[in-house]
Every structure is written in structure tokens, then in C-alpha cells.
Design a protein around this ligand. Structure first.
Ligand code: LLP
Length: 463
């Protein structure tokens, strides 16, 4: 059973430990990674590692990534497709959520492919051992160099617009380039405006009105081998129906594309399944999401009398979001009587820009006093020179003091990947934990790293 606490406020850090995990529950429904426990020292333990010890060993702040949770989510996606889709399917990891060698290698070892959106993500994916046959290159403004690199690597390019189609043709590839066409399906879903992509007023994809002329054009270009269609309607979505509807809309477009002689046999329905960030978030499980997607496509294919396409999904957040926490160390506190208490930590918007960008709400626990009752509501502030640098506006915590380890939960997706060096803070390290072992997967940046790309013209060098 997924425990859905009835109160909005934590009683103690223990509240977030999953006590019973049913087979049908999935990682995106939990605030802490699946392996989270409280150990004899009353510390939070993840992947068999004491998080307080990890901070002592690897420094603070620290991203702690639980391998088992990530692998479980990968397997649940693959198994659900095998269960509900009678033809071939492929799950590709939307690596914008967190692209680095180790994460990419883990998802590849689980039999997933990868979605990349830049030359840099493509490079990292290939270096991690991803095969070009399962690598899909997205983006609304790929540069000529990126397109050339994608062609040379042999990955599939998800063409987003006319400019891109024409650039690909002009590049005169030696063999036809494997492409898919991204469509803006006009399906609305409820999520933050910045992370909605499938509505008509979107910078991504071909407008449905243009599609027939696009099909016509592509069918006449020997340089282009259009194998399928793609759509992505948004991110952090809790409703399932929009994805069910998406399947049927897309199948209709596939039939249309086939009428133009395009060899469309693949359908990529994007990602978007949400995760739990707070007690009141109630996302569907991976299996529930996959079931609706598959049923939508199968039903539409039957209705249209067309063969089942190879079905591709590209989740990001729901694969990795719940697998990671960020451990910070508490520094100073400031109480403004009658107003609030600020508890400051040693990171903030540079390692997690989501609160300041999307007003995202997170939950935290004091990792070195997991059983202590949560008696205070405080504001967890980052250390950046910016009033808006607030990690959690209203955090329900026990009394804390400087030196305590504060763990912010569900930081696996779009935290490291959107991190910056604002205020010249070095990026934190990341450790991968599994069965009591901790391995560094991202080194902590150093001050030398911060000036690595700086260049000081001779005339500015101080005598
Ligand atoms: N496919 C495409 C084409 C996408 O644009 C995205 C996400 C995904 C797949 C994966 O979606 P997911 O399963 O992760 O929801 N930075 C924002 C999220 C931006 C999502 C962009 N596209 C955030 O922090 O909430």
C-alpha cells in the first residue's frame, strides 16, 4: 500500500519512510527512495548508507542517488509495456532529468534507450555506452553542428520544424537519416505553464494544420527516412486521460502519414508522469500510466484498422525523481518574532533551481534526528544573494541546530541537470548508494573548476 498521510504536516522524519510497499506501487509515489530506513543512530539511511556519514565522507551539500529505486522504476516501465502492449515497445530515458555517465549507464543496463536534447547530452550518452539505435535526439533548435553530429552518430533525429527538415536535406547525408516528426497535438493538461508542451501555443513541434504539407515534403526527400511520429504533452502530470487521448490522436496522424507513403512504424508518446513531492501529491503508478497509454494506442489502431506501431515512451522525472535526495548542512538561523524563522543551508537555487523557477514545493527531514517530533514550521533558505532563494517556504521540522543534516526529498529530476554556479558556488558531489556501498558519480566542483574556462587577457594581469 502507498501510505497517504492524512495530515499535511510531518509528525517526524519517520513519517516519510515507506513501511509497506505493495508490488503495484511505484517509486514515483514515495517521497523517499524505496530503500530509506531509520537506523539505530536515528539517522536516515538510503541504499544501506547512513546519510549523515555520507555527508561527513563526501562533504555537503550532497546528492544521494539510490540505485535500487532508479532500477525499480526502469523495470516497472519495461514490465508494464510487456504486459499491456502486444507489439514491440521501447522505453527511453528523458535524460534532461539528469544526464551524466553513471545515470545513463544504469538506464542502459536496464534495457532502456535514451532521449537527448543537445550535442552535450548526446555526447555523454554515447560515452556512457548508449547505442545509437536506441538514442533519440529532440529539441526545437538543434544547430547545424548538432544535426551533423547526430547524423554521424546514427541516432534518430526527432525533427521539430521546417527549418530542421530543410537543414537535414541540405546536409546531404550519405544515407537517408532516420527521423521522426514531432507534432503539437493540442492536448491540454494541468501542469505549470512552463512545463506544458503539447498545447497549440508551444514552441515545440509541427502544428497539426501544417502536417499534410510536411508529410508531402518529407515523402519527396530521399535524404529523409521518416520512421514515425512523436508528441510530448507536458511534465509532472497526474491525470492519465490526456495520455490515453494522445494515443488515439497520434494513431490518426500515423494513418495519414502512411497515405503519403511514409514508412511510419514508430510512435513516441513522450513522458510526463508526475511524482510525489508532498503528502498531498497523489500520482498514478507507472503501471497505471502505461496501461492507459497502451490501451489508447491499441484501441485506436483497431478502430483505424492499422498495424500496431513500435510504441516508445520517454519518461524522465518518474524514473529518477524519487531516487535521489539532497543532503545539506544547516548553518545559521534567524528568527523574526511573530513572522518566521529562517534556517539557512549550504546550497540553494544553484543546486535546485525548481523552487525559484516554478514555485515547486519540497519536503525535508532532519537526517540526524529522524524520530524527533516536528514541532516547528520554518523557512529553509538557500545561501545565495537573492531573497527568492528559498528551498522550502514552510518546512515542518523538529528543532534544529547548526550542523544538522537537512535532507530535501525527491530531488533526482531537474536538480543537478538544471544546476548552476550562481554566486560561484561549486556544484555538489553526487554519490550512488547501493547495499551499503557509496560510489562517487559526480565529483564536487572545486574553486579551480570555477575558473577553468576563465581567461585573463594579458593587459589585465595585475603587476
Ligand atoms: N520528452 C520530451 C520531448 C520532453 O520535453 C520531456 C520533458 C520529457 C520527455 C520528459 O518529461 P518527464 O517524464 O520528465 O515529465 N524542468 C522542468 C521540467 C521540464 C520538462 C521538459 N521536458 C521541471 O523541473 O519541472
Amino acid at each position: 500500500m502507498v501510505s497517504t498521510p492524512t495530515v499535511e504536516v510531518a509528525q517526524s522524519g519517520r513519517q516519510y519512510i515507506a513501511t509497506e510497499v505493495s508490488a503495484s506501487a511505484s517509486p514515483n509515489q514515495f517521497l523517499l527512495p524505496l530503500t530509506a530506513q531509520v537506523n539505530a543512530q536515528d539517522h536516515l539511511e538510503i541504499g544501506g548508507c547512513d546519510v549523515v556519514d555520507l555527508v561527513k565522507r563526501f562533504g555537503s551539500p550532497l546528492y544521494v542517488l539510490d540505485e535500487e529505486t532508479l532500477r525499480t522504476a526502469c523495470r516497472q516501465y519495461r514490465q508494464a509495456f510487456q504486459k499491456y502492449y502486444p507489439a514491440e515497445s521501447l522505453v527511453i530515458y528523458a535524460s534532461k532529468a539528469w544526464n551524466c555517465l553513471a545515470v545513463n549507464a544504469i538506464v542502459a543496463s536496464e534495457g532502456l534507450g535514451i532521449d537527448v536534447v543537445s550535442g552535450g547530452e548526446l555526447y555523454t550518452a554515447l560515452q556512457a555506452g548508449l547505442k545509437p539505435e536506441v538514442t533519440y535526439f529532440h529539441g526545437n533548435n538543434k544547430s547545424v553542428e548538432e544535426l551533423q553530429y547526430a547524423i554521424e552518430s546514427g541516432c534518430t533525429i526527432v525533427a521539430d520544424n521546417w527549418h530542421e527538415l530543410k537543414t537535414l536535406v541540405a546536409l546531404k547525408p550519405a544515407t537517408p537519416v532516420r527521423i521522426m516528426l514531432r507534432i503539437t497535438p493540442g492536448i491540454e493538461c494541468h501542469t505549470h505553464e512552463y512545463i506544458r508542451t503539447g498545447h497549440i501555443d508551444s514552441k515545440f513541434g509541427f502544428d497539426p494544420d501544417q502536417l499534410e504539407s510536411v508529410f508531402q515534403y518529407v515523402s519527396q526527400q530521399p535524404e529523409l527516412n521518416c520512421v514515425g511520429l512523436h508528441a510530448h504533452i507536458g511534465s509532472q502530470i497526474f491525470e492519465i486521460q490526456p495520455h490515453g487521448d494522445l494515443g488515439s490522436v497520434m494513431v490518426q496522424w500515423m494513418s495519414k502519414a502512411a497515405q503519403y507513403g511514409l514508412p511510419v512504424t514508430e510512435l513516441d508518446i513522450g513522458g510526463g508522469l508526475g511524482i510525489r513531492y508532498t503528502e498531498s501529491d497523489d500520482p498514478p503508478s507507472i503501471e497505471e500510466w502505461v496501461k492507459v497509454v497502451c490501451e489508447g494506442v491499441v484501441k485506436a489502431c483497431e478502430a483505424q484498422g492499422v498495424p500496431l506501431p513500435r510504441l516508445i515512451a520517454e519518461p524522465g522525472r518518474s524514473l529518477i525523481g524519487s531516487a535521489c535526495v539532497t543532503a545539506y548542512t544547516i548553518g545559521g538561523q534567524k528568527t523574526i518574532p511573530g513572522i518566521r524563522t529562517y534556517v539557512s543551508v549550504d546550497g540553494g537555487m544553484s543546486d535546485n533551481p525548481r523552487p525559484i523557477t516554478y514555485q515547486s514545493v519540497y519536503r525535508a527531514v532532519a537526517a540526524n534526528r529522524m524520530s524527533a517530533p516536528a514541532t516547528e514550521t520554518v523557512t529553509v533558505a538557500g545561501k545565495h544573494c537573492e531573497s527568492g532563494d528559498i528551498v522550502i517556504k514552510q518546512a515542518s521540522l523538529p528543532e534544529t541546530e547548526s550542523g544538522d543534516v537537512l535532507v530535501v526529498m525527491a530531488t533526482g529530476a531537474y536538480n543537478y541537470s538544471m544546476s548552476s554556479n550562481y554566486n560561484r558556488l561549486p556544484r555538489p558531489a553526487a554519490v550512488l548508494v547501493n547495499q551499503g556501498e557509496a560510489s562517487i558519480i559526480l565529483q564536487r566542483e572545486t574553486y579551480q573548476d570555477l575558473i577553468r574556462q576563465d581567461s585573463l587577457p594579458e593587459r589585465l594581469i595585475q603587476a
